[in-house]
Design a protein around this ligand. Structure first.
Ligand SMILES: Cc1cc2nc3c(=O)[nH]c(=O)nc-3n(C[C@H](O)[C@H](O)[C@H](O)COP(=O)(O)OP(=O)(O)OC[C@H]3O[C@@H](n4cnc5c(N)ncnc54)[C@H](O)[C@@H]3O)c2cc1C
Length: 485
């Protein structure tokens, strides 16, 4: 008896809402806004972090906001993020201000670069079915670039080293640790229009206010009373005609419907411990074979602007650079003879923020690299910037260097989903469609719903895809509730 009383004292029972939304990323917030637009406020959002936004994480650095997660609105047409953001985003200038450095701090000649870009496969999606992005790229590169320069030893060497830049760009796009994992022919659909529309210093977080109709004026929905931050869900138990949600802080919620929005990475790692009864084999198969690895962003605040006007620097590593860094920087991971810093390939201007640069690191060591301290990250990345740029620039010591930790953070466990070779081998054509199916209770009622970017069949991996799934599930729940009345 005392045990029962003891438990009763420490379990906090939830507030009895009809719907529990798990996760306050763009999908969860979009679902909440959709419910509110249907005049439904009988929901609670449980969020593990102490903030909303999830993989949208804008921090104030220098004179504006910079994004450690999502940064760009990708395209305009049929893009839900653009529909909300169109008055506040501007097209990026990356291609016009690209400066590439190679071999002993030499800036690569723009004409040569343009020739190489022209020869480099613009799309790798025509490599045929059942081919990885890496294989498709390399076979086209062989027949175009290598073929063109087969009698020019110097160019051939540069073209070989240039492959790493292409590999890094692709890994950045896909979010995978290896370019042999993503499949070349995917179901992702581009939206027409510029692909890098930026928030110009406002931060992608602005979209959360736009979703809640609170930008530019705070006159929209107030979700304060519907939101529990610092609340990590640990169990979702399907009962006969309801769902019980248990949290790490011992709070419990008995509810009619649950909307799950955390990342595919969280699902991969935690589905066995969270869902009771266990998820169907078909769903588990989809979870296991859909791809979710990661990239790292590094933001630098400098005491001065040493690069002048807008710039996007790319570092083309050659064999000597790779040997040097192994000798010169003794900390951090090394894998297959590659030093972690040789995957640091790009750093560029932060919009509307004169003393801030944003860098990218990709490849198989991202997760281990996340564990480095800020000081190690600063020393390593400044070494690289000085190595490549010091003929032309006086790279100063940054005031702050902050790197993202998406892969090692248990609330994310990676960055964005991608379609894999494994899906094709195992004949899973659309894991997104499998994942978005609700789970039914034994009385035949759909009770657990699934949103989040990985449930978008054609815009997975993006904010607009996440919003689409939030709207979809918000509408679905609204129509169920309306039919109950
Ligand atoms: C580095 C990086 C760069 C990106 N760049 C772009 C870009 O330029 N453009 C673009 O469109 N997209 C970009 N993306 C992708 C985009 O950020 C995501 O697709 C989108 O934000 C996902 O939203 P979501 O709501 O599906 O998931 P999330 O944002 O992950 O939200 C899920 C929420 O669930 C919470 N949660 C997790 N587990 C639990 C639990 N057990 N209990 C309670 N809460 C939990 C998490 O804390 C999180 O807040 C980028 C992502 C990253 C990481």
């Amino acid at each position: 008896m005392w045990k029962f009383l003891f438990c009763f004292l420490f379990i906090r029972y939830g507030t009895g809402e009809k719907i529990i939304i798990i996760g306050a990323g763009s999908s969860g917030i979009a679902a909440a806004s959709k419910l509110l637009s249907h005049n439904i406020s009988d929901f609670r959002i449980l969020e593990a972090e102490d903030r909303i936004g999830g993989r949208i994480h804008s921090i104030h650095l220098g004179s504006a906001y910079v994004d450690l997660g999502a940064q760009y609105v990708h395209g305009m047409k049929n893009n839900l993020a653009y529909e909300l953001a169109h008055n506040f985003v501007i097209p990026g200038n990356e291609l016009n201000y690209t400066w590439m450095y190679y071999n002993g701090k030499r800036r690569v000649d723009d004409n040569l670069l343009n020739t190489l870009w022209d020869l480099t496969p613009e799309t790798y999606e025509d490599g045929g079915s059942n081919v990885s992005v890496g294989d498709a790229f390399l076979s086209r590169y062989n027949s175009t670039v290598f073929n063109q320069y087969k009698n020019d030893t110097q160019m051939l060497t540069f073209a070989k080293d240039f492959i790493r830049i292409c590999e890094c760009s692709i890994l950045g796009l896909e979010g995978s640790f290896s370019w042999f994992k993503p499949i070349a022919t995917s179901s992702f659909q581009d939206c027409d229009g510029p692909n890098t529309l930026s928030w110009n210093g406002l931060g992608y977080k602005t979209i959360l206010d736009l979703l809640l109709k609170n930008f530019p004026n705070k006159t929209g929905y107030d979700i304060t009373n519907n939101l529990s931050l610092n609340t990590t869900v640990t169990k979702i138990i399907m009962e006969e005609n309801s769902v019980k949600v248990k949290c790490a802080d011992d709070s419990e919620y008995n509810t009619e419907y649950v909307l799950w929005t955390p990342s595919l990475g969280v699902l991969k790692h935690d589905h066995k411990s969270i869902f009771q009864p266990k998820l169907s084999d078909e769903r588990i198969n989809a979870i296991e074979n859909f791809g979710f690895d990661g990239v790292m962003k590094i933001v630098f605040e400098f005491p001065n602007n040493w690069w002048g006007e807008e710039k996007y620097f790319w570092f083309v590593w050659n064999e000597k650079d790779k040997d040097d860094v192994i000798k010169d920087v003794s900390f951090g991971p090394v894998k297959n003879g590659d030093h972690w810093l040789s995957w640091f390939f790009h750093v560029g201007s932060a919009p509307n923020n004169s003393n801030v640069l944003i860098g990218w690191m990709v490849g198989p060591m991202v997760a281990e690299t996340e564990k480095l301290t800020e000081e190690q990250m600063k020393n390593g990345t400044v070494y690289v910037m000085r190595k490549f740029l010091s003929n032309d620039f006086n790279v100063s010591e940054p005031i702050r260097v902050i790197h993202s930790k998406w892969c090692t953070d248990p609330k994310f466990r990676g960055t964005y989903s991608f379609e894999t070779m494994d899906m094709s081998i195992k004949n899973i054509s659309s894991p997104q469609r499998i994942l978005q199916q609700p789970v039914f209770s034994t009385d035949g009622v759909p009770r657990i719903f699934f949103g989040g970017e990985a449930t978008s069949p054609t815009r997975y991996g993006t904010v607009d895809g996440a919003i689409e799934t939030g709207y979809r599930e918000g509408n679905r729940l609204a129509s169920i509730l309306k039919n109950q009345d």
